[in-house]
Design a binder for this molecule. Structure first.
Ligand code: CA
Ligand code: CA
Length: 89
């Protein structure tokens, strides 16, 4: 959807490593990632100040760590009201 709905846009994904540097978790659940799609040589924690996860347009929407104050679109996850196991958006 990022590639088709917003060409050239980057997206926040809701991951963070500000609690323990290098330990990436989802902000909502505090659970560690069980999937990653990092761009090569990232996360790099540039200037020791990159603690939020985004899909970066300049990296073909691969994952990058970025400063948390950037203004980007965002992608949310919501439980499906059926059996609760599907991601709908
Ligand atoms: Ca970091
Ligand atoms: Ca980075």
């Amino acid at each position: 959807m990022g590639k088709t709905e917003g060409p050239g846009q980057s997206y926040w994904l809701g991951g963070r490593d500000d609690v323990i540097e290098g330990m990436w978790t989802w902000a909502q659940s505090d659970q560690p990632f069980n999937f990653t799609d990092w761009y090569p040589n990232v996360p790099d924690n540039k200037a020791r100040n990159e603690n939020c996860l985004h899909m970066y347009a300049a990296y073909n929407l691969k994952w990058n760590d970025a400063t948390c104050t950037g203004l980007y679109r965002f992608i949310c996850e919501q439980e499906y009201s059926g059996d609760g196991s599907e991601i709908i958006g």
